[in-house]
Design a protein around this ligand. Structure first.
Ligand code: GLA
Length: 410
């Protein structure tokens, strides 16, 4: 009988950062580890990307719109059925193994990181989908906990593997909602739908204009000649669940305030600039700042789509800068490392516009960069940030990747 819970696996069961970006080496390392651990080859494989938001910070749980981009940093998972109900997971990033029994009714999270998969297995079971016991090996190139949705990527990859093993197919929007529920109830982060929707419904080569109320999207084109560059501050992230949850409650409180004055309001999405101006004096100052940010940020989502369509670089710069200023001064989700990175990106060659990404409080930021100057941008932004903070950042261009799907095993 194997012991439940987390334990470390051999030192050789990790992949170097360099090898992890070569798909062939990555696939070989995962399959070799699986064979070594389970004395057989994996029979299924699944992958899901990370995501970055190009505009629309914290608009998702306000039922607004977000321009989001699934990225070519992703999570891969390979697996094969077991004869019992247990799910065993080995992480090549952590060099550790954990296991759980998804049919167990209790809500005790399995050790640490295992709860992402345990949560997905549990919500799928509750929704009536058969979860098969399995051995799995997982590896991700989405930096962990940095605002690029490493958790949603893992959850979506796991859900996709469970579909393959269990012989069922989830409707993609339903799959996004179920994995969001796993994150809400099992990981304890009361996130919106942005991350899970992006990493499941993403389409190769496209940014998505996601409507978080109707749960539909259209394509948004990043102009040819521009690249999106991730700038990871690599500063210890101060994102505590409590800050995120607090912003969310403040938005809900502000929405309730406007709803009492205007019956059509269900969420801050429904509050127009005119309505805001008319009633703002009755709002406590902190709620006024939070709601002003969401209302203006929602406008910027629409405006950025138009600016991209016109390839209007001056507008892209202004919108991105205004988004960061609002995040810093009104929504108050910036930290000194982000301010330093903003400045480093802003003055680097080729920068068209730059802003925060994800929930804020550290982690990654993004820049829209002239394609011909990407290398010069990366070098200059990294040097300026290092000189200011003493921290070596990770700066790299990304491309829009497809949403969760099967992974080729050969
Ligand atoms: C996190 C959450 C998302 C969203 C963003 C901010 O990534 O998981 O639901 O709220 O922050 O836009």
């Amino acid at each position: 009988m194997e012991r439940h819970g987390a334990h470390a696996v051999g030192d050789n069961m990790t992949i170097s950062d360099h090898d992890s970006l070569d798909p062939r080496l990555r696939r070989e390392a995962m399959i070799a580890t699986f064979r070594q651990l389970h004395k057989a080859a994996p029979s299924y494989g699944a992958r899901a990307p990370g995501r970055v938001d190009l505009m629309g910070s914290h608009t998702d749980y306000n039922e607004g719109c977000v321009m989001t981009l699934p990225i070519d940093r992703d999570t891969w998972i390979v697996g094969a059925p077991r004869d019992d109900h247990e799910v065993h997971v080995t992480s090549l990033n952590l060099g550790a193994t954990t296991s759980f029994d998804p049919s167990r009714p209790d809500r005790e999270p399995s050790a640490g990181w295992g709860r992402y998969l345990h949560g997905v297995a549990a919500v799928l079971t509750e929704a009536g989908h058969p979860i098969r016991g399995c051995n799995t090996v997982v590896h991700g190139t989405v930096p962990l906990g940095s605002g690029l949705s490493s958790s949603a990527s893992l959850e979506a990859a796991a859900a996709t593997l469970f579909e393959q093993l269990g012989g069922f197919t989830l409707d993609p929007v339903e799959k996004a909602k179920l994995t969001q529920r796993a994150e809400n109830e099992w990981v304890g982060v009361h996130c919106g739908i942005l991350d899970q929707y992006s990493v499941i419904l993403g389409e190769q080569g496209h940014a998505l204009m996601l409507d978080c109320r109707s749960l539909t999207h259209t394509h948004a084109a990043v102009p040819a000649g521009l690249r999106i560059v991730i700038c990871n501050t690599c500063a210890p992230r101060a994102l505590s669940g409590s800050e995120y949850g607090e912003r969310r409650s403040q938005c809900e409180e502000a929405a309730a305030f406007f709803a009492r004055r205007s019956p059509g309001v269900r969420a801050l999405r429904d509050v127009t600039v005119g309505m805001f101006r008319q009633h703002v004096s009755g709002l406590p100052p902190e709620l006024a700042k939070r709601s002003r940010f969401i209302i203006e940020e929602s406008e910027r989502v629409r405006a950025l789509a138009e600016a991209f369509a016109r390839d209007d670089r001056a507008a892209i710069r202004d919108l991105a800068s205004a988004s960061f200023a609002g995040a810093r001064d009104l929504f108050e989700i910036s930290v000194p490392a982000m301010e330093s990175m903003f400045e480093a990106m802003r003055i680097a060659p080729g920068c068209i516009g730059c802003r925060q990404a994800g929930a804020g409080f550290g982690g990654c930021m993004i820049a829209v960069v002239d394609d011909g100057l990407v290398e010069a941008f990366c070098r200059a932004a990294a040097a300026a940030y290092l000189a200011d903070t003493g921290i070596v950042p990770e700066i790299y261009p990304i491309r829009a990747a497809a949403g969760a799907g099967a992974l080729r095993l050969s």
